[in-house]
Design a binder for this molecule. Sequence first.
Ligand code: ADP
Length: 537
Amino acid sequence: MMRPDLQQPPSIEDLDLLAETSQLLTMLDRDRLLERVIQLTVRSLGAEKASLLLHPDHTEEWNQVFIKHTNGSSKVQRYDQEQSLHFARRVLDRGLAGWVVRHKQGAVIEDTEQDERWHIFPDSTSGARSALCVPFLYNDSVLGVLTLLHSAPCHFSDTQLRLLTIIANQATVAIRNAHLFNTMHRQQRQLEAILHAMPDLLLVLDEEGRLLIANEAAARLLENGATQDSVVGRELREFLHHDSVLYMIYETVENPIKTGQSISFETRSEQQRRDYLVAISAWENSQESATYPAPAGYVVVMRDITTLRDLNRFKDEMLQMASHDLRSPLALIVGYCSLIALETPEESVVRDYLNVIQRSTERMKTLLDDLLRVEQIRNSPLELHEQIDVLDLAQVVLNNVRPLVDSKQQHLEVKLSLDNLPGVVVNPLLVREAMENLISNAVKYTPVGGRITVRSYIQTGQLHFIVEDNGIGIPRQALPRVFESFYRVRQEDGEHAEGRGLGLSLVKTIIERHNGEVWVESEVGVGSRFGFWVPIE
Ligand code: ADP
């Protein structure tokens, strides 16, 4: 058998083939690309049949098979049914394709009857006598195997093997390109779907305030009837006249925000009659390189909080109603009760009834007063803060609570490290109220003769205040709730000290107004430790 000349220089046809192959790089539809590879090689190398087995992405299974039978048709069939996959596994296991995958190199079979690398399957109908097989190598792993067959021996030459290897290399790059393109495309569609599903409004701006991304909800805010596509690429400045919220965003990003920092504010769009919580943060591309300087910009997320604000407004109205419409009649009832009591004989049952009414109305009045106090503090202006001497403040607190402690014959231990301090800026009335509240709770929930320790010190720019008692303690499951308004711990024995469950919520409100934090530790039957810290300015 004569082999064709192996060292022939490439013919014009070969060069044409290479030129056509380079066109593969422009194809982004992977299936069409593979069909084209098969068509090109079959035609140019005069094969009668070709098969291409492909690895799907990121798995070890070979589950895509492309086959072309030349008999007249130019069609390439794509198979992924079980039968063709069975064929793929078989040739990869024992056939020539398997040899090529294992050795990661191409092979020419001059005569299938003489070559060990060719396995003759008993049910094979291919009738192939010669074969050419090359791997698609990428990063040292095999993405696919292309096999060309012919019924005559010695049909393929080594030169053709080299040519097919070049084509396979080009095809591999093209497959990777198509894969990357598809991945990018898929990710983009995913991102679009997420942005679309997102209830919040999202804008991504570059450093110059140009819109890079806007989801649909945000696009509608920018301009009536706008879509994502119609606003991207334009400058935020162009839309300012449309909504006052946009102006606030524009003003915020005009003063550069540091990367990682975020600014948030609540605002109302009068045009839309909606309230928004706006959060703006700076972003920076971390993959800076000399050729591609890091792009940077801002991400703006706007959450519609209209319902929340409406609730808040409703609550304010309720409180106003409570303060005016309930407090005044209550005061009248209390007043008239005392007047009637003055006129009523001591031994009359009416007098007892009046006492009950009087006590009940008094209780309702104090409850309302406490409730309104919490609101009042929540809305109190921060300008009331002033520079004070905390040691003096603590002394006043201790003097005020002393009679209370004495009334239960409790032992009060005081540990203050507040000497020689620079003035601390707080609202003294409120902080005093918070301190007194913690101490009076300790007194209230500690039995007669118990021990109460008050500690206060400055550490790392924070004023700490701690009250410890050896009282009844608080069950672990109740701890997270004790700072809630109206929450009171249910006592095992049913005994309840007087209270409305507003004291600790008041303390929390005061401390949070000072940008501080409250905390509690407690164990039933052992005692409790309540504390807070506020930053000292
Ligand atoms: P009130 O004392 O009016 O019920 P607070 O808001 O001051 O309301 O406290 C909420 C609950 O936390 C109290 O009902 C009590 O059960 C528990 N509590 C507060 N301080 C202590 C303490 N020092 N020891 C044990 N329980 C406490």
